[in-house]
Ligand binder design. Structure first.
Ligand code: RIB
Ligand code: CA
Length: 313
């Protein structure tokens, strides 16, 4: 059993990652879900997290974190996720409780009170995680690894060079990559290969309550992906969870990764030192390929589990 906390900015792909994590109770114990301003404002992504956790009849504690980045101004992504941050499904009526404690303190308390090492899953800008590590460095000895969606070795999506999560808060990303903690990086190199096809999306229709929400999420996300040139839909954030469930789904390379924080064309660029003798030791397993069919199977299996689970409640 792996104990995890999930920091996210739901977000269509965040929502699917939450579903898969919460479906796999035999492998993952989700100790907390926390939210960060990113895809949309903190209020909107927290409302979306409440909807998803309420839909799944979860009892996982939820706390909201920082409104925006450490230094730069928050840049949301309505073009990808809509005005609500999770356009598509009509989710409402879930008055899921939100802790009164800020996510950074909530994460510290959760991690320090767990008798086992905790894996941090980061699916949005890394602001909360950076603040956690800097404010409460004692947590580092209780964290076994960070599995994050972010970055890209040879291209971006927010800009030609920078992926959204890193672009929004490059200073936070630099802090996390320099933390010394083991990192598994699901960057665009792998996540843009982790696509669900339009036919596979359609196959979810009519299969159950959670599958229907996933179907509606993916139909919207697929449409918004067309503007970025995608025909099918990369489920970016799910890679950071799927790796924890079955690392054999992925191929990775160990590299030293750092982040450009300067404002300008390279802001948020994650670069690797691929020289034969890099200046610094590697700090991340950079995922570069995925078995797409088996990856999608993990999503479908999880949705079936969740459909059955809530149908029985
Ligand atoms: O670039 C993809 C990342 O940005 C994903 O985490 C998505 O949810 C958005 O936050
Ligand atoms: Ca996200």
């Amino acid at each position: 059993m792996r104990h995890i906390v999930i920091d996210c900015d739901p977000g269509h792909d965040d929502a699917l990652a939450l579903m898969v994590a919460l479906a796999n109770t035999d492998a993952l114990s989700v100790l907390a879900v926390t939210t960060i301003g990113g895809n949309q404002t903190l209020a909107k992504v927290t409302a979306n997290a409440r909807h998803i956790l309420g839909l799944l009849r979860s009892d996982v504690p939820l706390a909201s974190g920082q409104e925006g980045p450490l230094v730069k101004a928050l840049r949301c992504a309505p073009e990808a996720h809509g005005d609500s941050g999770m356009d598509g499904p009509a989710l409402s009526g879930y008055d899921y409780p939100v802790a009164s404690t800020n996510a950074v303190v909530f994460l510290r308390d959760t991690i320090m009170s767990c008798s086992e090492p905790v894996t941090v899953v980061a699916l949005g800008p890394l602001t909360n995680i950076a603040l956690l590590l800097r404010t409460f460095p004692e947590v580092k000895s209780h964290i076994d690894m960070i599995s994050l969606m972010g970055g890209g070795i040879d291209h971006g999506n927010s800009t030609a060079l920078a992926e959204f999560n890193i672009y929004v808060d490059p200073e936070a990303a630099h802090i996390v990559y320099a933390s010394g903690l083991p990192i598994v990086m699901a960057g665009l190199d792998v996540t843009e290969r982790a696509q669900i096809t339009t036919d596979e999306i359609e196959s979810l229709h009519g299969c159950g309550q959670v599958s229907e929400v996933a179907y509606e999420l993916l139909r919207f996300y697929n449409e918004s992906g067309h503007q970025l040139g995608f025909v099918n839909s990369p489920i970016h954030d799910l890679c950071a969870v799927a790796y924890l469930l079955d690392s054999t789904l992925f191929v990775g390379e160990r590299h030293h990764v750092d982040v450009v924080t300067d404002e300008g064309a390279a802001r948020g660029l994650t670069f690797v030192d691929a020289r034969p003798k890099p200046a610094s030791p590697d700090n991340a397993l950079v995922l570069i390929d995925v078995d797409r069919a088996r990856f999608v199977d993990r999503l479908r299996e999880a949705l079936t589990v969740l459909d059955t689970r809530i149908a029985g409640q």
